[in-house]
Design a protein around this ligand. Structure first.
Ligand code: NAD
Length: 443
């Protein structure tokens, strides 16, 4: 099949590369000319395990191409995927300007019938708005061409995006058109040979499914962080509580790790956007609001623990950070807990010396050159002579540490572990002050 994809970010590029890899003929369009130029030279603008090889192979095989030309992109295929960003607007609702701009592009250039597939995460009712925008464009051209709009939310997670796309638990398609169902089945046929994973539903339910999934996962995290904060104050160990509750199959072990809050491009904005949607239909989404509030507080907890360790005297201190990305195996720092911490430290007059296996470039791009931000070449350089070490991301590079060595590196023996990577007894044996998450005995 020929497939056009608008947007070559995490979702668009992974979708394009994966669909090309199973034999489809894919054209990816982006308005970012620099990005397209780099992609054409085989350079992948984001870090995502396995993506570079997959893109290169499929470009070489002639199945994956890139363009900035909107007319060529629209003309290329019947299936027109939208995978552009939907960042939060000032009030927390999803900003649909990029999605609607693509709708306008399609309406402006289409010369035959199209099926518009919305893969971006969009509020319930967006398919109708896309339909209206395309129709208005066609009307202004005096054309009456047929087209369909369906919802096909994406559930991949950064860091495991290719596996998630190719082996995801389900493929949700929101449509009431038999023709769209047939085309989408053909598109995804290579992924459903082993097991039927296609779930057809109405458009609104598909749009809501994506938000419900992310809100549920974010709720699990905030719930566990709430319990961790209680454990911390009650002298209990949340890691033991985690094992105790996860063993119940109704609860399960997945996604119940306490930590320093969720970040990334999806959970924060999707929880907020769903709460906004609720407000627009006159419903107060109390749980969603609480999930967000608990997360804000949790992201701040790394700083609070440092304040506690240094009696509020953080000015002039150098704090080492291990991990900047919002989670391992990505260079994405959008809404990362590390950012909340760094910004609070700078405000308090401290210097940050940070190391991340992938996100150093992104950190420099976000914050530029500044005296109070030092980027270390490796995890060792980051801690040498620092006043404290904070672990913000659970990269596997940080999991095994010689604590005697660490104690010798630090000017003051303070370790704040936002990911509960270590055995508190072992860390303390080395003479380090260890502040983990919800491990009651650490206070
Ligand atoms: P991104 O910011 O990484 O990429 C978006 C791309 O769209 C950019 O390259 C941008 O230049 C391009 N773009 C903007 N306007 C355009 C236009 N008019 N025509 C063509 N290209 C245009 O975004 P992303 O992380 O890939 O997310 C895309 C959507 O998928 C969002 O709605 C997001 O919520 C959703 N989503 C993201 C993830 C994830 O893990 N990142 C997972 C599931 C769903």
């Amino acid at each position: 099949m020929r497939i056009t994809i608008f947007g070559t970010g995490y979702v668009g590029l992974v979708t394009g590369a994966c669909l090309a890899d199973v034999g489809h003929d894919v054209l990816c369009m982006d308005v970012d000319a620099d990005k397209i130029a780099r992609l054409e030279q085989g350079e992948i603008p984001i870090f995502e395990p396995g993506l570079e090889g997959l893109v290169k192979e499929n470009v070489a095989a002639g199945r994956l191409r890139f363009t900035t030309d909107p007319a060529a992109a629209v003309a290329f295929a019947t299936l027109q995927f939208i995978a552009v960003g939907t960042p939060p607007d000032e009030d927390g609702s999803a900003d649909l300007q990029y999605v609607l701009a693509v709708a306008e592009t399609i309406g402006r250039h289409m010369a035959d019938d199209k099926v518009i597939v919305d893969k971006s995460t969009v509020p319930v009712g967006t398919a109708d708005r896309v339909r209206e925008r395309v129709a208005a464009m066609l009307e202004s051209r005096g054309e009456a061409l047929a087209f369909d709009v369906c919802s096909n939310p994406e559930f991949l997670k950064e860091g495991a995006a290719i596996n998630d796309f190719t082996h995801g638990a389900r493929i949700v398609v929101g449509t009431d058109s038999e023709r769209v169902k047939r085309l989408m089945r053909e598109c995804y046929a290579p992924y459903i040979r082993q097991q039927e994973k296609l779930m057809f539903m109405d458009v609104r339910s598909a749009e809501l499914t994506k938000y419900a999934a992310n809100a549920m996962l974010a709720t699990k995290i905030s719930f566990m962080n709430e319990i961790a904060n209680l454990a911390e104050r009650l002298g209990a160990d949340v890691e033991q509580v985690r094992l105790g509750i996860g063993s119940d199959p109704r609860i399960g072990y997945q996604f119940i790790y306490p930590g320093c809050g969720y970040g990334g491009s999806c959970f924060p904005k999707d929880v907020q956007a769903l709460a906004r949607t609720a407000g627009q239909v006159g419903y107060r989404a109390e749980l969603l609001t609480a999930v967000e509030a608990v997360n804000q507080r949790q992201k701040r907890s790394l700083y609070t623990k440092l304040e506690q360790a240094f009696d509020g005297e953080l000015a002039g201190k150098t704090i080492a950070l291990w991990g900047l990305a919002f989670k391992p195996d990505t260079d994405d720092m959008r809404d990362a807990p590390s950012r909340t911490l760094m910004e609070a430290l700078w405000q308090a007059g401290a210097t940050v010396r940070a190391y991340d296996p992938q996100a150093m470039k992104e950190c420099r791009r976000l914050y530029g050159e500044r005296d109070d931000l030092l980027l270390a070449g490796d995890r060792i350089q980051a801690v040498k002579g620092a006043d404290a070490l904070v672990i913000c991301t659970e990269w596997k590079d940080f999991r095994a540490v010689d604590f005697d060595w660490l104690k010798a590196q630090l000017a003051t023996p303070v370790v704040v572990d936002g990911r509960n990577l270590y055995d508190p007894a072992l860390v303390r044996q080395a003479g380090l002050l260890y502040y983990a998450v919800g491990r009651g005995e650490s206070l």
